[in-house]
Design a protein around this ligand. Structure first.
Ligand SMILES: Cc1cc2nc3c(=O)[nH]c(=O)nc-3n(C[C@H](O)[C@H](O)[C@H](O)COP(=O)(O)OP(=O)(O)OC[C@H]3O[C@@H](n4cnc5c(N)ncnc54)[C@H](O)[C@@H]3O)c2cc1C
Length: 366
């Protein structure tokens, strides 16, 4: 039985583990966090990704957790409503379509459960990869060395596997000139399945109730022409950056900044994309954000990871020889169209037609 080590238990990693196990491969996941990571905003599953969820047998669970947003409003710095719509939300596109909007951590929990008894090593990370014709020797941060037939990096925008196997992130990352933070706060605004956004200049935030309406998710972001150097593990420093850029905003800023300092699920990252000529080298391949992040501006990050996991496992299952090349060949046009969505109308969202076209631009059958 072929063995595969997957780095990252986000969305792509466990989805890949599910499908590889179905194709008879033996999978181990290593995840840097101490357990499944909480937090993140609502994400969408669309088009081909909904079909993948259906084929995984998790669509019902996903639908049971959908956010059921009713609409959104925009307010000025004094809290006066200046726009309202029940047709769409900022984070989730149209409300009358077939897209499924779900909180990222609910989706992570569902795909992780689906991966069943896959071995998951939490609180560890890969420090070295050495491959030869027969396999890959992997060294782990917390000690230990193991050999696998294949290694897949599903470890996000700042992929560790990518850095070890392909080189420094700076060669592949394209900044889109924005930073975004997401965290939970008590629902002190009493929002009921509703989003409110406030923006001044190139900074702003949106708040919306999480399912159950007990808490809200806050999405606070700001523009930056040049990439900002910061430590990806230093959460305090990241909170200081958000405070520095967002505290001059009006409306509910003081209460939202206070909630940010109390939040234990704070997430912060650059809006950025990853562009690479190859997603594999020898026995090592990349999946999802690690290889082809489209950025939250595309609204397609989770869908790309779900579909990528399906196609990669399908190809490895069919014939190990040339599997990574075929995965890449099938995924390239799909990835390109979805990455382009982020550029179509930055900040305003791509047209419904472009989104629909991009979300379905791949065949799931070989
Ligand atoms: C906490 C969090 C919140 C997010 N919030 C949003 C959001 O609100 N909106 C949005 O559009 N996108 C968000 N994203 C990104 C979004 O999840 C991805 O675009 C999409 O789901 C693609 O999935 P992925 O599996 O490729 O990557 P991700 O979902 O990013 O998962 C990558 C996983 O790899 C793990 N990892 C990182 N480094 C290592 C390492 N060295 N060793 C082992 N594991 C490692 C991470 O902890 C994470 O669990 C978020 C990501 C994270 C981690």
């Amino acid at each position: 039985m072929s063995t595969v080590l997957v780095s990252g238990a986000g969305i792509g990693g466990p989805a890949l583990a599910y499908w590889l196990a179905r194709h008879g491969l033996d999978v181990t996941i290593v995840e840097r966090a101490r357990g499944p990571r909480r937090g993140g905003q609502a994400v969408d599953l669309r088009g081909a990704a909904v079909t993948v969820a259906e084929r995984m047998g998790i669509l019902e669970q996903v639908l049971a957790k959908r956010t059921h947003m009713l609409g959104m409003a925009m307010v000025d710095r004094d809290g006066n409503e200046i726009m309202r719509t029940t047709e769409r939300t900022v984070s989730g596109g149209r409300l009358d379509g077939d897209d499924v909007e779900i909180m990222r951590d609910d989706l992570v929990a569902i795909v992780t459960r689906a991966a069943g008894d896959t071995e998951v090593i939490y609180d560890d990370s890969i420090t070295a990869l050495e491959q030869d014709a027969g396999g890959v020797d992997v060294t782990f941060e917390r000690g230990g060395r193991r050999r696998f037939d294949y290694v897949v990096g599903a470890d996000g925008l700042h992929s560790n596997v990518r850095a070890l196997a392909f080189g420094d992130e700076s060669r592949f990352i394209r900044h889109l000139g924005m930073y975004v933070s997401i965290y939970s706060a008590p629902n002190f605004l009493g929002l009921d399945s509703w989003q409110v956004w406030h923006r001044e200049g190139d900074a702003g935030y949106g708040v919306y109730s999480a399912p159950g309406n007990v808490t809200m998710r806050v999405n606070a972001g700001f523009g930056a022409e040049q990439p900002i150097a910061y430590d990806h593990r230093d959460v305090e420093a990241q909170k200081r950056l958000v405070e520095e850029h967002c505290s001059p905003l009006g409306w509910e800023t003081p209460r939202l900044m206070k909630a940010m300092w109390e939040a234990d699920d704070f997430y912060f990252d650059a809006m950025a994309q990853i562009h690479m000529d190859r997603w594999s080298t020898g026995r090592v391949a990349l999946l999802g954000d690690a290889g082809y992040c489209a950025s939250p501006l595309s609204g397609q990050g989770s869908s790309l990871a779900m579909v990528g996991a399906y196609v990669l496992a399908q190809e490895l299952g069919a014939d190990r020889q040339g599997a990574f090349d075929r995965y890449e060949e099938r995924m390239r046009p799909f990835v390109r169209l979805n990455q382009e969505l982020a550029m179509e109308n930055p900040g305003g969202g791509a047209s419904d037609e472009s989104v629909r076209r991009a979300a379905t631009a791949i065949s799931l059958d070989r």
